[in-house]
Design a protein around this ligand. Sequence first.
Ligand code: GDP
Ligand code: MN
Length: 345
Amino acid sequence: DAKNPLFDEKLEPDGGLSRLTETDKRVPATLMSLVRNKEADDLMATIVQIESAFNNKFNYPWTFFNDEEFTEDFKTSALAATGGNCTFVKIEPEDWMEPSWIDVDKARELGIKMKNKDDVQYADLPSYHRMCRWNSGRFFMNPALDNYDYYWRVEPKTDFYCDIDYDIFAYMKENDKVYGFVINLYDSPQSIRTLWPTTKEFFEQNPEYLHPNNALQWVVNTGREGHTKKANGYSTCHFWSNFEIGSLEFFRSKPYQDYFDFLDKNGGFFYERWGDAPVHSLGLAMMADKSKIHYFKDIGYQHFPYFNCPASPKCKGCDAGKFTGIDSLNTESCMSEWFKAAGTG
Ligand code: GDP
Ligand code: MN
């Protein structure tokens, strides 16, 4: 029942979803990647792994985003690697570039200072700030995703080690999950100095947005003894967003989008270097039911230098039974704090 012959036709811009019938068990969902043309080979290497581990059984469509036009070479490689269900989207400058209220010269200066003085990775690259902002809030609203309820984010240079023999998106839907992650880390406090004070201000103004079963404990925990990575009261714990499976309904909701707009108006995506991982994580921790956030322990994954490697006959190519921060003490990992807060560890 893996391949539905209905969807074998190649080159359908929406992966055949417009022809979904009631008997099709697939969920409206897409694999997605924001990527640069020059990263094509690295991304294709990852896609081939996901296709053979998971997607050749389910044939979910892929959506590729770029702030520049994709080259013909990129498109040809992607079509070949995925079996054809691809949409290529060029992000409009008004969605990608610094918004009108940002002082670009000031942002540039502060970025260089953050990089040189505080060693904040990529702080001197305006493109990295734009990428983080777009991933934080704009991506969910892109019309190319209008017909989808869930996304699975995929980055170049990541590895997938285990066969996944069930429909991940159906799992999300049937179990009413809003978010799935594999790695849980502390962040660089210098990159998000005022993210938590700004977040607190937002929830003081909008207390009704705070979920009664929130994960505030994870957000404000003091961490492991001696851990000093705090950013003005924020533990800096976050879901590492280079892998994520999310509910678009949650991220498109008014509470989340209001939160994103508030952060965006503040300017911290450019005057600091707020990452999309802590922003997604704070939004989820405050506004989602924490029981709807799922740790995919069974997904073998690596984005250097962190990994998740189940000991299972379904997995090969990674260090079986090793999970960053669970079995091995890793001072960058916030996993144990998540288990405590979620009541699942
Ligand atoms: P890191 O994982 O934090 O080291 O950052 P990456 O360089 O992997 O960037 C994160 C994701 O955003 C990757 O999927 C990149 O391909 C993508 N990305 C980063 N900057 C840009 C950019 O300027 N344009 C486009 N199109 N994609 C970008
Ligand atoms: Mn990356």
